[in-house]
Design a protein around this ligand. Sequence first.
Ligand SMILES: *Cc1c(COP(=O)(O)O)cnc(C)c1O
Ligand code: SF4
Length: 341
Amino acid sequence: MIPAAPAPLHPASSPAAPPRWQQLWRDAVRDPRELLAMLGLDASGLGVSDEAAAQFPLRVPHGFVARMRRGDPHDPLLRQVLPLDDEMRPMPGFALDAVGDGAAKAGHGVIRKYRGRALLIATGSCAIHCRYCFRRHFPYAGETAAAAGWREAVAAIRNDASIDEVILSGGDPWSLATPKLAELTDALARIPHLRRLRVHTRLPVVLPERVDDALADWLAALPWPVTVVLHANHANEFDTHVDAALARLRGTGAMLLNQAVLLRGVNDSVDALAALGERGHAAGVLPYYLHQLDRVQGSAHFEVPDEVALRLHRELAARVSGYLVPKLVREVAGDPGKRPL
Ligand SMILES: *Cc1c(COP(=O)(O)O)cnc(C)c1O
Ligand code: SF4
């Protein structure tokens, strides 16, 4: 975009200043009581847990809080981020490494589970902390592909000609600064067997300001077809800022898909799932996966039984356009791909 007048010489617009999204990232809410106060809620009786917050701290950007309903302790966005006593109850069958990532590492920050695809743990950081996430037990210190200067990860991919798709994952790969991402893709561009690049990110939904000029320019210039797999669980996670960010991503030529996790108290109704698909579609996103929860410690209160999941999925298919029905899957350690329910 060409500005009508030269930009003023202000620190915020000088090349040395950090991008605005990084400031918004730092300004995220981290105190459960502050979050509840912003929503006009009283903490007593809600089962908020300091112990759970100490184990996996609350983190939520202000823009995401603005999409929560004030005065509603059952708000589906609030439920995804609020640390609760429920998380501290040990549950049989809920483990630390529920998806077998510990056993699947093929190099520094590279996970090779499925044919043709290498998943890079680009970073451990996220702009939001989702209580149901496996990441709550993995700070990934020293195990990320970026931490090793990308070198080992790039070498692992270069040395395996069966890999034709690289998936940037994490954590959230777009929590890395754009020049750091470019460092990786410049190295990957010299590997002839790569055909596709994929990014698994929740940032365009939770902090849409991340989709700035630099990110869009980087994406548009990549030498492969790019698929961005977003993560939104509820229609209320979309707003006009998210719409603008997604329109911009589409403008780079990227394909946009969404994966959601089926979560009790968040999206476990046909109405919620239909609204999610339709709202995403209005923003240019098609549903990809609806995941059954990974059984990680502290997430049992989010679990939806398989028979309920199957019934919801059937009823959804009877209600909306075929392309708005995600695949209902579960990740099973050792399987060659996500397992359909
Ligand atoms: C989910 C996942 C993928 C991607 O699987 P798709 O079915 O292609 O979306 C790749 N690698 C790992 C390790 C995964 O967990
Ligand atoms: S990896 Fe995804 S689901 Fe997990 S905390 Fe980060 S943004 Fe949330």
